[in-house]
Ligand binder design. Structure first.
Ligand code: AKG
Length: 269
């Protein structure tokens, strides 16, 4: 069953062009239902075991209400590795970024609990000390994801805007970026995810999610890839300094990020 994770997923020219233009794409039939079911159980068990957020919803801030976040599962739960190191997924990431190979930046489970809050507009790369824009997140729902569960929304083409790039996830980022996006010509994409569908977005693309108003958790696994030649830049804020220490141990500014936590992932096809 896991062999499917090594199968190539060649993208049509239009998909690569779409990503180049909009820095975002959603692809159908990337993962089979049995594969999703398998990793749903593994990732959910790991989230339950490793989660450190135990405050009641009303005592959390906006970031804390948005999701439970459990990071780098691949070093903490062996059984998740076939997904994180899937040549099929890595091959899609490489095709979309148009690079010869990819490295892992890190992975994370993002579980929006039943009754969980919204995820404010933000761009991930605000948090990352990466020298180029060649980073991409595979947002992998572990169930069919209707809008009312908090499906990820994208502002297509917003990676070209600069306003809001210096904002951490907060109510303030939501308001400031929302205003900027409404004044832009970037389409706001709000669509459910079918089972097996995976979203890919670039590090500088603005994205958000609505609250989860259902009575089930929205279960998502994210894999963040970067160009295999990605170099570390001088961190520009405290988040980036922390990310350098945690996700890129021992790497100096200007060097390729090839720490033990950032292996090259073989790509299919
Ligand atoms: O899952 C969410 O609500 C947010 C996801 C996100 O920000 C990301 O994957 O970069």
């Amino acid at each position: 069953m896991l062999d499917a994770l090594s199968r190539p997923h060649p993208l049509p020219r239009e998909a690569v062009d779409h990503y180049r233009e909009y820095a975002w794409i959603k692809l159908r039939d990337v993962l089979e239902p049995e594969v999703i079911d398998h990793f749903d159980r593994i990732v959910t068990d790991a989230v339950v075991r490793l989660n450190t957020q135990h405050l009641p919803m009303e005592e959390r801030d906006t970031y804390g209400r948005a999701f439970l976040q459990v990071t780098n599962l691949w070093v903490r739960e062996e059984a998740v590795r076939p997904l994180v190191f899937s040549p099929r997924l890595a091959g899609i990431a490489a095709q979309l970024m148009q690079v010869r190979g990819v490295r892992l930046y890190h992975d994370q489970a993002l579980y929006k609990e039943a009754g969980g809050g919204y995820t404010p507009w933000h761009a991930d790369q605000y948090y990352w000390p990466l020298a180029s824009e060649k980073s991409i997140t595979a947002w992998i729902p572990l169930q069919e994801t209707p809008l009312e569960m908090g499906a990820l929304e994208y502002s297509a083409g917003s990676h070209r805007l600069s306003v809001g790039r210096d904002r951490a996830i907060s109510d303030e980022s939501e308001h400031l970026i929302d205003k900027a996006l409404r004044g832009s010509d970037c389409p706001h994409i709000v669509e459910p995810f079918s089972l097996g569908e995976v979203g890919f977005h670039a590090g500088w693309l603005f994205h958000r999610a609505a609250p989860n108003t259902t009575d089930r958790p929205r279960r998502v696994m994210c894999i963040i890839y970067m160009d295999q030649d990605m170099r570390l830049k001088e961190p520009e804020n405290d988040h980036q300094r922390l990310d350098r220490d945690v996700w890129c141990p021992g790497v100096e500014v200007g060097q390729i990020i090839d720490s033990t936590l950032n292996p090259v992932i073989p790509v299919a096809g």
